[in-house]
Design a protein around this ligand. Structure first.
Ligand SMILES: [Zn+2]
Length: 215
């Protein structure tokens, strides 16, 4: 069984993929990881990808999906959860073709639903300590510092990354939603799409996911 996990940032899709893989039934394949691993292994395609990344450019889809196909082939008969493999509707046929080339296809696409307000709460309350890099999240009581704005470990003032500032999160989310709408309707039309409510606890979502997949 091959799956694609989708969802807005903060929806916990990567955590759910890791949890499912920890049970031994699946391997997680993330496009970014495939490129990094390929670079370490020194494959020719990966080195081409690296030359784009070194210049701060996006790696062309043609290279990304060839690398992905190479990697998927190396996994043999293992069941796969893809994450980060489709960010634009135009990439849907590219993923399909690269799977097809190695005799595989997607069985289900799980979309982890999270309302905008909840995405904002989860992502725009992240703070970190510039000294020891400890990350806090004031939206969650268990991940808040004991004293507001101060690192538990070293007493330094906490700061917020530009990427985690509310206006930046808002803008990123608006872009993601726009692309997701096209991706979701395409997978809906193919009869592959399954919605998963991403608001409950990590443990409750994991139970639900296994149930949805009949595991
Ligand atoms: Zn600190």
């Amino acid at each position: 069984m091959n799956l694609l996990f989708l969802g807005p940032p903060g929806s916990g899709k990567d955590t759910q993929a890791e949890l499912l893989a920890a049970g031994g039934d699946f391997v997680v394949v993330s496009t970014g990881q495939v490129m990094r691993d390929g670079i370490v292994a020194g494959s020719e395609l990966a080195l081409q990808a690296k030359s784009f990344m070194d210049e701060g450019k996006w790696v062309p889809d043609e290279i990304v999906y060839k690398l992905l196909a190479e990697h998927v082939k190396s996994l043999g008969d293992k069941s796969i959860i893809f994450t980060g493999a489709v960010r634009r509707a135009t990439q849907i046929p590219l993923l399909e073709d690269s799977l097809d080339a190695v005799g595989k296809s997607l069985d289900k696409v799980l979309y982890f639903d999270l309302p905008d307000a909840e995405v904002m709460n989860r992502l725009s309350n992240r703070w970190f300590c510039p000294h020891d890099k400890t990350i806090y999240n004031t939206y969650f009581k268990s991940r808040s510092p004991k004293v507001a704005g101060v690192c538990d470990k070293c007493g330094n003032q906490l700061v917020q990354r530009d990427d985690d500032k509310p206006e930046v999160v808002q803008q990123r989310l608006a872009e993601v939603r726009q692309f997701d709408a096209d991706i979701l309707s395409a997978y809906e039309a193919k009869g592959l799409l399954v919605h998963v409510d991403a608001t409950p606890s990590v443990e409750d979502i994991a139970v639900k996911v296994r149930e949805l997949l009949g595991l």
